[in-house]
Ligand binder design. Structure first.
Ligand SMILES: [Zn+2]
Length: 246
C-alpha cells in the first residue's frame, strides 16, 4: 500500500488521523514523548478499530505513517506496529467512553510509580487526577522476570483493569497512560500529568501539601474541559513552528 492509498482510505477518519500527527508533535515539543511512547484515537467509522502511527519515533510521524488497527492489534497494512499497541487496544475494549490514548515515559511521572506516595491533584489544572492516579504492577500477571512492556492482550487487559474509571494510570518503573474523550483531551491530560508530577515533587520538599477536595477536583475538571481547545490550538501552533525551524 503506498502513502496515497493510505491517505484515501482514512475516509471519515481523515480529521482524526491529522489530529494524531499533530498530537505526536505536540507531545514531543512538550517533553512528554521522546523516541518512545505513542498516541492513538478510536476510529469514528468503526469503534472496534483505532488509528496509531506505525512503529516510528513520534517527532518523525507524518500522515502516511498512521495505520488502522483492530482491537486484536492486527494492523490493516504490513508495516511493523508498536510493541505496546495492546495498551491502546485493551483500554478501548474496556472503556467505551475513551476515544484517545497517550502512553508515555515522561520523566517526572515515573518516580510516583515506584514510591508509596500517590500522585494526587494539587493543581487546579490537574483535577482529573482525583482521587489519585492508580499504579499498575506488571508482576501480578507477568511475574518478576518480564521486560516491563505491555506486549500481549492479557497484560493489556490487566492494565485497563487497573486504570478502571480513572483518567490516568501509572505503570511501575515504566511510565503512564492517559485517556480522553478525544485527542486534545488525552493530550491535555498527558501534558498536565507531567506538570502535576513535577509540581508535587517540588511541593513535598517544602512542606505538607494541600490537595484538591473532591468538589474542587470536579469543578476544576468541568471548567477546564471547556478550555482545552485553547491549549490545543496553541500547542499545535508551537509544534508547527518548532518543526518549520528544524
Ligand atoms: Zn512504554
Amino acid at each position: 500500500m503506498n502513502s496515497k492509498q493510505i491517505f484515501l482510505n482514512f475516509g471519515e477518519d481523515l480529521e482524526i488521523a491529522r489530529q494524531l500527527v499533530a498530537a505526536n508533535h505536540v507531545l514531543v515539543q512538550r517533553g512528554v514523548l521522546d523516541a518512545f511512547g505513542h498516541v492513538s484515537a478510536r476510529s469514528a467509522a468503526d469503534p472496534d478499530r483505532f488509528l496509531i502511527s506505525r512503529n516510528r519515533a513520534p517527532a518523525l510521524v507524518e500522515l502516511s505513517d498512521i495505520q488502522e488497527m483492530s482491537l486484536d492489534c492486527e494492523p490493516a497494512d504490513e508495516r511493523p506496529r508498536y510493541l505496546e499497541a495492546y495498551i491502546h487496544a485493551e483500554i478501548y475494549r474496556a472503556r467505551p467512553d475513551v476515544r484517545a490514548v497517550v502512553h508515555s515515559h515522561s520523566a517526572s511521572v515515573v518516580p510516583f510509580s515506584v514510591v508509596d506516595m500517590p500522585l494526587k491533584p494539587m493543581l487546579h489544572i490537574a483535577g482529573f487526577l482525583y482521587p489519585a492516579a492508580p499504579v499498575f504492577e506488571i508482576r501480578h500477571l507477568a511475574g518478576d522476570h518480564s521486560d516491563m512492556l505491555i506486549s500481549d492482550a492479557a497484560v493489556g487487559a490487566d492494565l485497563a483493569r487497573t486504570l478502571g474509571d480513572s483518567a490516568v494510570v501509572l505503570m511501575r518503573g515504566h511510565g503512564s497512560t492517559a485517556v480522553g474523550r478525544n485527542v486534545p483531551e488525552a493530550v491535555f491530560r498527558a501534558i498536565y500529568t507531567e506538570v502535576a508530577a513535577k509540581a508535587q515533587a517540588e511541593a513535598v520538599k517544602l512542606g505538607a501539601v494541600v490537595f484538591l477536595t473532591a468538589e474542587e477536583a470536579r469543578s476544576t475538571t468541568a471548567t477546564n474541559a471547556t478550555q482545552i481547545s485553547r491549549a490545543w490550538k496553541y500547542w499545535c501552533a508551537e509544534a508547527r513552528t518548532a518543526l518549520a525551524n528544524k
